[in-house]
Structures are given as structure tokens and as C-alpha cells.
Design a protein around this ligand. Structure first.
Ligand code: FPP
Length: 236
């Protein structure tokens, strides 16, 4: 398999192009304050808004956010419907700002499993921003990495030999730059079925900060730590 191109001394060396975040800790944030979990998720959406706004000045080509996993269907129905409601309201309230900031929205995962009104809003948002050329905000919805790899392998096999390259070409993230940095909030240090393939050479950054408290400053802190790390891609 070809390695990511080595950079040597250019002005952008060490600059992250693609960052992904496992946004964890909404429930614990609410519990600490004796508030309903739904309030934690609401504050989580506010953190999404702040980070998306902040990403603009950080020169990222792509920011991938884990919003709803294939495992999240196991949560109680009222929590799932709170999350869907928040997603819908976020699109309605923030789409125009994102569109006018040249953001391109993308979904990874099988969002078509959601209710028709959610699917319709998502597709409207994708169409509205499809021609934009700035940062891609990729939202993972009904996403699981093992499911993604299985789907990619099936499509690769239909076309010819299965190789790392042929699988990679069919991943949901195939049109995004290689993943540079994966962040998880709330002190948990697991990948939880998120971007397993893409994380092969990514740097990992964990913070105790709960997602609702995460700001663009924390993102900058992670990017600064990334810029200081030496990546060897298995070489020396
Ligand atoms: C983890 O907190 C968070 C989630 C399962 C959902 C993340 C969703 C959002 C931040 C809002 C929707 C996103 C967009 C893009 C509008 P948890 O509930 O697992 O927290 P806990 O581990 O503390 O219980």
C-alpha cells in the first residue's frame, strides 16, 4: 500500500488537513449539574456550532464529527428522538451561516435509515452546500466503521481484486484528505468503531474536557500538539 506522501520542510509541514472528533461526555456534563441528559446534548450542539465556527480560522480542509453511531440506536427512544430533534434544529438554524462561510456539508454513514423528515432536511443541506469549496464538515450519522469497511469491501470486490487501495477508494471518506488527528473528549480513550481504517496513521489526542465544554481553543491546543509530533508512518 502506498504511504502518505512524506513532506519535507515545506511551510505547511506539520499542519493538519483533516481532524475528526468523538464528541463524548454530554450525559456526564448534564449529570454533574443535575440536569436532564437532553440539556447536555443541547449544550453539545452549541459546542458543535462553536467548533465549526472556529475551524474556519484553523485552515482545516475537513472536520469529521461523530454525531450518531450505529450503536446509538440502543439508547432509549426519547433520547434518540431528542438527538434527531437537535439535528433538525441545527440544520434549520445554522445552514445559511455555514453555506455563506463556504462550508461543504457531507454525511458519512447510512443517514437514510433516519425518519423521512430528517433525511429530507439532510439532503437539502447537502445540496445547498455541495458547490462550496471551503472546509468540509463531515457528520457521521448512523455510522460504524466496521459497517463502512464491509460496505467498501463489497463494492471493491464487485470491481476486481480486494486491496488496501481498492477498499480505501470506496470508504465514505474517500474524497477527504487522509485523517491526521483524532480527538476524543471526556477522558475515554477508545475509538468506539469510529474511522478505524482512517486512523491507521492518525495522531490520537485525548482530553478530560467534556464535549459541551469543548471550544475552538481546545481544538487549537490539539492542533498545536499535533504540529509538534513527528510522524514516521512505520519508518524511522
Ligand atoms: C456523547 O455523549 C454524545 C453523543 C452520543 C451525541 C453527540 C451529538 C451531539 C453533540 C449533538 C448533535 C450533533 C450535531 C452535528 C448537530 P454521551 O451522551 O455518550 O455522554 P456520556 O458518555 O457522558 O453519557
Amino acid at each position: 500500500m502506498s504511504m502518505p506522501a512524506a513532506t519535507s520542510g515545506g511551510p505547511d509541514e506539520g499542519r493538519a488537513r483533516h481532524v475528526a472528533i468523538i464528541m463524548d461526555g454530554n450525559g456526564r456534563w448534564a449529570k454533574k449539574r443535575h440536569l436532564p441528559r437532553a440539556v447536555g446534548h443541547q449544550r453539545g450542539v452549541e459546542a458543535v456550532r462553536a467548533v465549526v465556527r472556529g475551524a474556519k480560522g484553523l485552515g482545516l480542509e475537513a472536520l469529521t464529527l461523530y454525531a450518531f453511531s450505529t450503536e446509538n440506536w440502543r439508547r432509549p427512544d426519547d433520547e434518540i428522538s431528542d438527538l434527531m430533534g437537535l439535528m433538525k434544529r441545527f440544520i434549520l438554524s445554522d445552514l445559511e451561516e455555514m453555506a455563506s462561510n463556504n462550508i461543504r456539508l457531507k454525511i458519512i454513514g447510512d443517514y437514510k435509515a433516519f425518519k423521512p423528515d430528517v433525511v429530507e432536511l439532510i439532503e437539502g443541506a447537502l445540496a445547498r452546500t455541495a458547490a462550496n469549496t471551503g472546509t468540509t464538515i463531515a457528520v457521521a450519522l448512523n455510522y460504524g466503521s466496521m459497517d463502512e469497511i464491509a460496505r467498501a469491501a463489497t463494492r471493491a470486490a464487485a470491481e476486481g481484486p480486494i486491496t488496501p487501495e481498492s477498499i480505501a477508494a470506496h470508504l465514505d471518506t474517500a474524497d477527504l484528505p487522509p485523517l491526521d488527528l483524532l480527538i476524543r473528549t471526556s477522558g475515554e480513550e477508545r475509538l468506539s468503531n469510529f474511522l478505524l481504517w482512517q486512523a491507521a496513521y492518525a495522531e490520537l489526542w485525548f482530553t478530560e474536557v467534556l464535549w459541551p465544554d469543548f471550544t475552538a481553543e481546545h481544538l487549537k491546543e490539539a492542533l498545536d500538539a499535533f504540529a509538534g509530533r513527528e510522524r514516521r508512518y512505520g519508518g524511522r
